[in-house]
Design a protein around this ligand. Structure first.
Ligand code: ZN
Length: 362
């Protein structure tokens, strides 16, 4: 991986130490430092929390890590999430003093992940930066699939919807009534309209909702809710209920089948993950993914971002190890859960009364 630093005109002992320490960790892992940030895969960008400015990447494939320092907030996510969005970072490393005065690094992700990544406990700085590196590398190297290609090739008999699409719409209304997310963090209010628009454009996260739903149509196709749509109003085939045909490696996009003349919304960013799971597990009929938690479930080890091939593989691997992948619940670390079942009513009945609105952050 080729990486660069963009120092802006921000300087402090913290920023200097971060740059030296991160560069050493990157070098240990064989990554090449270059000067031109526009030619880099990964950019470390210094950000002032009071007045965050974005690094304008020319290629969307550039992964930007905002690096900021400040005081210890009462609520780290609430204080730093707007900084992540305003600086258009894919990940924010926020440094602040720990209770003993030694530095602590928090990570903040667009999916509302917020966790302590490293805490300096000894004079050995390398362990601290190694811990920071361990949290950055999987995010920076993961393959995001957010583009859609729409083919107007849907069979006419599907355009009016099926039993499955009607159940999907009904399940979306039920989840809406559970008021899971964004109850703990009202993102739209937290950010204001301009920043909220950035969030949707830059991160491909159309309305950070409480999650998404999908159900198999046949061996290789499945229905899925659109991104950023009010889940209480999901229902129209070809607009907010989309028939996903698969991943097209040449276009690096999800291929969606729509009726002629449709005006589709983008499918949920998690479509690539659901596609991998449906392909590898023909026994799985439906999935509900929510940004909430269920205790006692098997969990992915790394928190890959939503909408990446790596997240899909990690999920499919967990289902491999489950004795009953067709009817189970798995955890996605620092993110949420995905539940499978033969139908939406079956999944909802098993989730009801077990769901915790707060995802534990580790
Ligand atoms: Zn998610």
């Amino acid at each position: 991986m080729r990486y660069a630093f963009v120092p802006e005109d921000i300087d402090s002992p913290w920023h200097q130490a971060m740059e030296v320490g991160i560069a050493r960790a990157m070098e240990r892992h064989g990554h090449e430092r270059i000067d031109d940030p526009q030619a880099a895969n990964l950019v470390f960008h210094r950000v002032r929390p009071q007045a965050p400015r974005p690094f304008r990447r020319r290629a969307r494939a550039t992964f930007v890590v905002g690096v900021a320092e400040g005081p210890t907030p009462d609520d780290v996510l609430r204080a730093t999430y707007p900084v992540l969005v305003r600086s258009l970072s894919n990940l924010l490393v926020y440094g602040h003093p720990g209770p003993d005065g030694r530095p602590v690094a928090h990570m903040v992700t667009p999916e509302l992940g917020c966790y302590e990544a490293a805490r300096a406990t000894t004079a050995d700085g390398d362990a601290f930066f190694e811990a920071v590196y361990d949290r950055i590398a999987p995010l920076a190297t993961s393959h995001l699939v957010i583009d859609n290609v729409f083919d107007e090739d849907m069979e006419p008999e599907l355009a009016q919807g099926t039993q499955v699409t009607r159940e999907l719409a009904e399940a979306a209304r039920t989840l809406d009534r559970w008021a899971l997310f964004p109850a703990p963090y009202p993102v739209a209010e937290m950010l204001g309209p301009d920043d909220y628009r950035h969030l949707r454009h830059v991160f491909g996260i159309g309305g950070l909702s409480y999650g998404n739903l999908s159900a198999r149509h046949d061996r290789h196709r499945f229905w899925m809710s659109a991104s950023g749509v009010d889940k209480g109003k999901v229902g129209q085939v070809g607009r907010d209920v989309l028939l996903v045909k698969g991943y097209d490696p040449d276009a690096d996009a999800m291929r969606i089948s729509v009726p002629p003349g449709a005006s589709p919304l983008r499918v949920s960013v998690d479509a690539v993950e659901h596609w991998q799971v449906y392909e590898r597990h023909p026994e799985i009929g439906a999935m509900i993914h929510i940004h909430a938690w269920v205790d006692g479930v098997a969990t992915t080890e790394v928190n890959y971002p939503c909408g990446t091939v790596e997240m899909g593989k990690a999920m499919a691997d967990l289902f491999d190890r489950d004795p009953h992948p067709e009817r189970t619940i798995i955890g996605l670390r620092n993110h949420g859960i995905t539940a499978t079942g033969p139908s939406f009513p079956d999944i909802l009945a098993r989730l009801e009364n077990r769901v915790r609105t707060q995802v534990p952050m580790t």
